[in-house]
Write a protein that binds this ligand. Structure first.
Ligand code: M6R
Length: 364
C-alpha cells in the first residue's frame, strides 16, 4: 500500500517525521532528558576503538556517525565497507567494539564481516531495521531503528533512522565518557526531539526541489560537495541519484575539489553543495566560487543565513530551516532524497525497482 503516493519511495520519504519521532521517543526517557538503550548495559568508557562496518547507504550512515563519535565522545572510530573489511582481515585489537549497520540485517558481506569479528571484538553491536534478521540475532546487542518496512530499493527512511539511532549512541557515549557538558547534552536531546518538526518543514519544500530536479535531469554528470559531517551526506546524495535516475554522480569532500575533480567543471556539470551555515561555511563558499569561476552551475542547499552569505552567483538555491549543526545531516537527507526522486521522475525511470538492483543483497 503506497498510502496515496505514486511510489513506495515517495511514501517512505514522507513518513520520516513520523518514524523519526518514534525512534527518538523509543530511545529517550519519558521526560526526554535521558537516553535509555535496549539490552545489556553498555560501558562506553571501556571502549578503545569502535569499528563500524556496512554497505551502501548504511555505510554512509556509519561515515556520518564517525564524526559524531569522534567530536562528541572523543572516541577513536574506524569505518569500512563490509566487502573490503572481511577480506582484508584486519587486526581487531583489545577494547574494540564492532558495530554493524544494515537495514535488512541480511546483507551477505556485512554478515560475513560480523562473523569475522566474533570472538575477536569485545562486543558485537548492530543497528538494524529487521529485528529478527541474521545480523540482529548474531549481535550481542541489536539496536532497532524502527523505520517500519522499507520497500523502495533506494533507502530513505532507514537512512535517517539509522543516523538518529547512531547519534543517540554517540550522545550516550559522550555522556558516559564525560566529553560533553550537561547543558550541551540537554540541548542536543531537546533539538533532536524537535527534529521531526523540522523534517516536516523541509518536506514542504518539495515543489522547489522538484523544479530543481527537472533541471538536474538534463545533466549527464553531477557533482555533490559537502564538508565535515555533510561530506557523507554528499556521498549519499550522489548514490541516491545514480541508483534511481542513472545519471552519473560523484561526491567529494569540498576541500578535495582542487585536488582533481575541479577539472570536470564546465557549464554542463551541476554541482550540488549541501552546506548549512556552520563553522566551515566560509571555506565552502570559496569552493563554490572556484566552481562558478569555471562556469560551473552551483545548486546551493543551505539555510537563510547561508543563502544570504553564499547565494550570490549560484544557479539555483534551496532553503532549509536552520538546525543544530550536529543534526544537519539528518535534515539535509530530505533534499538529497527528493532531488534524486524528482530527477528520476523527470527521466521516467522505475523509481522503486531500479535496474540491476535488489533491495537486499544476500549474495556477494
Ligand atoms: O540492508 P542493508 O542496509 O545492509 O543494505 C545495504 C545496501 O545494499 C543498501 O543501503 C543500498 O546501497 C541501497 N540500495 C541504497 O539506497
Amino acid at each position: 500500500d503506497k498510502g496515496g503516493h505514486k511510489h513506495f519511495m515517495a511514501k517512505e520519504i514522507a513518513e520520516q517525521p513520523t518514524v523519526l519521532g518514534e525512534a527518538i521517543r523509543n530511545y529517550l526517557s519519558s521526560d526526554g532528558t535521558a537516553i535509555s538503550l535496549p539490552g545489556d548495559a553498555l560501558d562506553f568508557t571501556k571502549i578503545n576503538r569502535l569499528t563500524m562496518v556496512a554497505c551502501g547507504t548504511a555505510f554512509y550512515a556509519c561515515l556520518t556517525a564517525k564524526y559524531w563519535f569522534e567530536q562528541l565522545a572523543n572516541m577513536p572510530v574506524e569505518v569500512d565497507v563490509a566487502s573490503e573489511f572481511r577480506y582484508r582481515e584486519p587486526p581487531v585489537t583489545e577494547g574494540t567494539v564492532a558495530l554493524f549497520v544494515s537495514q535488512s540485517g541480511e546483507t551477505a558481506d556485512t554478515l560475513a564481516a560480523l562473523r569475522y569479528c566474533e570472538g575477536k571484538a569485545d562486543k558485537i553491536l548492530s543497528v538494524v531495521n529487521v529485528p529478527e534478521s541474521s545480523i540482529a540475532r548474531e549481535s550481542d546487542i541489536a539496536f532497532p531503528i524502527l523505520a517500519g518496512t522499507e520497500i523502495g530499493v533506494a533507502s530513505t527512511k532507514a537512512f535517517t533512522c539509522q543516523l538518529t539511532v547512531l547519534l543517540l549512541l554517540a550522545l550516550e557515549a559522550a555522556k558516559q565518557r564525560g566529553t560533553l557538558d550537561d547543558a550541551r547534552f540537554a540541548e542536543l536531546l531537546k533539538n533532536l526531539s524537535a527534529l521531526p518538526g523540522l523534517v516536516n518543514i523541509a518536506l514542504d519544500g518539495e515543489p522547489q526541489m522538484a523544479a530543481a530536479a527537472r533541471k538536474l535531469a538534463e545533466a549527464r554528470d553531477i557533482l555533490f560537495l559537502g564538508r565535515g559531517v555533510m561530506y557523507p551526506l554528499a556521498l549519499e546524495g550522489a548514490l541516491k541519484l545514480k541508483e534511481i535516475s542513472y545519471i552519473h554522480a560523484e561526491a567529494y569532500a569540498s576541500g578535495e575539489l582542487k585536488h582533481g575533480p575541479i577539472a570536470l567543471i564546465d557549464k554542463h556539470v551541476p554541482v550540488v553543495v549541501l552546506a548549512p551555515r556552520d563553522s566551515l561555511f566560509d571555506k565552502t563558499v570559496s569552493n563554490m566560487q572556484e566552481v562558478m569561476a569555471r562556469a560551473g552551475k552551483v545548486l546551493l542547499v543551505s539555510d537563510r543565513a547561508g543563502l544570504d552569505e553564499g547565494g550570490d552567483g549560484t544557479w539555483l538555491t534551496l532553503q532549509m530551516p536552520s538546525v543544530d549543526p550536529v543534526l544537519s545531516p539528518i535534515l539535509y537527507a530530505v533534499p538529497a532524497q527528493l532531488l534524486a526522486y524528482h530527477t528520476a521522475i523527470a527521466k521516467g525511470t522505475d523509481v522503486d525497482q531500479p535496474r540491476n538492483l535488489a533491495k537486499s543483497v544476500t549474495v556477494e
